[in-house]
Design a protein around this ligand. Structure first.
Ligand SMILES: C[S@@+](CC[C@H](N)C(=O)[O-])C[C@H]1O[C@@H](n2cnc3c(N)ncnc32)[C@H](O)[C@@H]1O
Length: 318
């Protein structure tokens, strides 16, 4: 374990003036649902921590961090610039996340929050060593999109989630990553995962009772009016399907760099139109400076992570 100092002085680090400038894949329907689930849990005093496997530059993590309550822990696990443990995962990293560095993630995150989350830099397969069983109320699985890794991530998260906990699977139906679809629906048919709802990009489920969420979610969707939805029967249980085309994004956390003129190098191709102001009741971040650090975890050297992956392959029995 090492203390990580976030160095925001380096010229090359990003200085996003708003969340849409942070590179990533986190769209309106899922922003609305993350917000809804986290607020719903808060209203019903569902206790527990937050967890993200696969943070990339921090887009969804920054959003999640804004819903962290006092005393809760937010753990983010990513390889960042560490080597992957197998050839397929290395190829995936080189193709999709070649420019990723942990320092860029940290600079982005600290543009919106005063403290970093707990960072586990390493394979998602190791996350159970750093998060207590039954302690998590909301987990976002968005690390490797290869079957073997996703399958392992789902089984790990099953142990980490509390009874009322919600798991979100990214890219559960995308053409380029059939392994995520296979692992997700396998978890439903073989490992007790119960679907709550789906968007075009993410699957939301629980190992508890999905009706605890579905009734209230349907009421909220009906009251909003701008989010199309329907209910389908899947494997003998209701599944809410929704699409938020044209719906208003929820309020985003506010960047400490918001008043600064944007540097040309930071203009991102996927930047979206102007966003709403600070969320009601959420304080705007303090100006940069001071001790912007939090204890973070540096995980095992690659040689150890490779051994763990090999051991898992040998014992998976799939
Ligand atoms: C799709 S991106 C995450 C996107 C992010 N959640 C967002 O919304 O912008 C996937 C991330 O998973 C990480 N990753 C890939 N394989 C991993 C593994 N085996 N363990 C941990 N992280 C991994 C990559 O470094 C990358 O940052």
């Amino acid at each position: 374990m090492t203390a990580v100092t976030a160095d925001q002085s380096a010229d090359q680090l990003p200085r996003p003036t708003r969340l849409s400038e942070v590179k990533g894949w986190f769209f309106t329907a899922d922003q609305l649902l993350f917000d809804w689930f986290l607020e719903h849990q808060q209203d019903r005093s569902v206790a527990g921590d937050l967890l993200e496997l696969g943070a990339y530059m921090g887009k969804s993590a920054i959003f999640l961090g804004a819903r962290l309550r006092p005393g809760e822990r937010f753990t983010v696990c990513d390889l960042f610039d560490s080597p992957a443990a197998d050839d397929s995962n290395s190829k995936e990293m080189a193709k999709s996340y070649a420019t990723l560095t942990r320092r860029a993630f940290e600079a982005n995150y600290l543009a919106f929050h005063d403290e970093l989350p707990v960072i586990v830099q390493g394979l998602s397969a190791l996350v159970s060593e750093h998060v207590e069983a039954d302690s998590v109320r909301f987990a976002h699985i968005d690390a490797s999109h290869l079957y073997e890794h996703v399958h392992g991530d789902i089984l790990a998260v099953r142990e980490l989630l509390s009874d009322r906990g919600v798991v979100v699977m990214d890219d559960y139906r995308a053409e380029h990553c059939p392994g995520v679809a296979a692992a997700t629906w396998q978890a439903v048919t073989n490992h007790g995962l119960r679907p709550i709802c789906v968007t075009g990009t993410k699957f939301y489920g629980t190992w508890g009772d999905p009706e605890r969420y579905q009734g209230a979610l349907r009421e909220w969707l009906a009251a909003r009016g701008d989010v199309w939805h329907e209910v389908q029967e899947v494997n003998g249980a209701p599944l809410i399907r929704l699409s938020a085309k044209g719906a208003k994004e929820p309020a985003h956390p506010v960047s400490r760099h918001r008043a600064e003129p944007q540097r040309p190098a930071e203009r991102q191709p996927e930047a979206r139109p102007a966003e709403a102001g600070p969320a009601a009741g959420r304080p705007a971040p303090r100006p940069a400076g001071g001790a912007l650090r939090r204890v973070a975890l540096d995980v095992l050297p690659p040689i150890v992570t490779r051994a763990i992956v090999r051991a898992r392959k040998g014992s998976s029995g799939r």
